[in-house]
Design a protein around this ligand. Structure first.
Ligand SMILES: [Zn+2]
Length: 385
């Protein structure tokens, strides 16, 4: 029997266990940095399978790595497992965790025959907390060479680029006063926020359409009879590359400074979330994954699409060759909906997670048995800017 067949057989023999894990995480949705049930469930299975587990990675209680083997290259299967408020697993992260676990279990018995080792990395808080950014910054990827995950979707899509994202907060400090009897004694901080929005609206007219600046007023005063002494706004700024994003950030900061100057307020600027880098799929690795998918019987696969969103997987893709393909758990579904949450617990969702596990495991077999292909993956990565 060919090695890939043996790996698939092993994954299918773990099907009951994998489905149990998918449903346990899926039926116990936990928010970012609080994914204790998910983490413990995955750790227990990996521990039983002989992986060396380190929990509490980078001082995050719900981050872990589980290693098998010491050889390099080391291929890492990425787990996500956070849910969404009120919607449960409406992004299907329970299936991401299950697929990565399945891929690792599939390869584990055959690792001795292969030129490499594997890890499973538990990454918390993808939706808002940027767990992967913290892990990257902590140096977790220093001894890792490849990163693989799949994401559930309403279609099959091999490669997708995402936007780099910075999250900026602008706080304007003015002076409170009675709005009716002594407005001249106040300095209206809300006016600064309004000028900021006006300035950004003008800027939008000359931004190219790949760039997006979206904001809300997060503080706008306390009562109509008090001149607002403090007001603030929060923005997500996105662009297809770091260079383009830095330029937009620069423009927006100038506008904020101008708004403070016009209205006589003081300005404080901070970044209220971790920045995401744009995701760069490794094409060579993605195509190897695609070929394995086809061998597993999947025919309708779109090759490339631009995604206007952002993910902390982008930060990993800057460090090691990475893939983040999408596989359908229900044709036409969109993430972050009630229907998607249902699909992440469905028969089709579970089947897709198993398929993803096989295709990822087969791709790692390719990397560990075909040195030239691995070399091509590496040199493509090194050619990225
Ligand atoms: Zn997601």
């Amino acid at each position: 029997m060919e090695l890939k067949e043996k790996v698939s057989k092993k994954i299918h023999s773990s099907k009951g266990l994998l489905e149990e894990v998918a449903l346990k995480i899926g039926n116990n949705p936990e928010m970012g940095f609080n994914e204790y049930i998910a983490c413990n469930t995955l750790i227990q299975v990996l521990d039983n399978a002989g992986f060396k587990v380190e929990s509490g990675l980078a001082n995050l209680q719900t981050a872990f790595r589980a290693d098998l083997g010491k050889k390099r290259p080391r291929a890492t299967f990425i787990c996500e497992y956070d849910a969404l408020p009120n919607l449960g697993h409406a992004c299907g992260h329970n299936l991401i965790a299950t697929a990565s676990l399945g891929a690792a279990l599939g390869i584990a018995p055959f690792l001795k025959e292969l030129a490499g080792s594997i890890s499973v990395l538990g990454t918390p808080a993808e939706e808002t907390g940027g767990g992967k950014v913290i892990l990257v910054n902590d140096g977790v990827f220093n001894d890792m060479d490849l990163a693989l995950m799949f994401h559930p979707a309403g279609q099959n899509l091999l490669m997708c680029s995402t936007n780099a994202l910075d999250a900026y907060e602008f706080i304007f400090i003015g002076k409170t006063a009675h709005a009716a009897t002594a407005p001249e004694e106040g300095i209206n901080a809300l006016d600064s926020v309004i000028q900021l929005f006006n300035g950004i609206n003008a800027l939008k007219g000359r931004l190219n359409k790949e760039v997006s600046v979206q904001g809300i007023i997060s503080e706008g005063g306390d009562a109509p009879n008090i001149v607002p002494g403090r007001a603030s706004a929060r923005f997500y700024l996105r662009a297809p590359s770091r260079v383009q994003l830095d330029k937009v950030v620069d423009d927006v900061i100038k506008i904020a400074k101008g708004s403070a100057l016009m209205t006589g307020t003081r300005l404080r600027i901070n970044q209220f979330e971790y920045s995401n880098e744009n995701f760069v799929p490794n094409k060579t690795l993605s195509l190897a994954f695609g070929a394995n998918l086809q061998r597993l019987g999947v025919e309708d696969i779109q090759e490339f699409e631009v995604d206007k969103g952002s993910t902390d997987m982008g930060n990993i893709s800057k460090i090691v060759p990475s893939i983040h393909p999408y596989l359908s758990i229900g044709q036409g579904l969109t993430a972050h909906t009630k229907e998607f949450a249902e699909a992440s617990l469905s028969e089709e969702g579970l089947k897709t997670a198993i398929l993803a596990a096989e295709a990822m495991a087969h791709t790692v077999v390719d990397m560990f048995t075909n040195p030239n292909l691995y070399k091509a993956v590496k040199s493509e990565h090194e050619s990225h800017d």
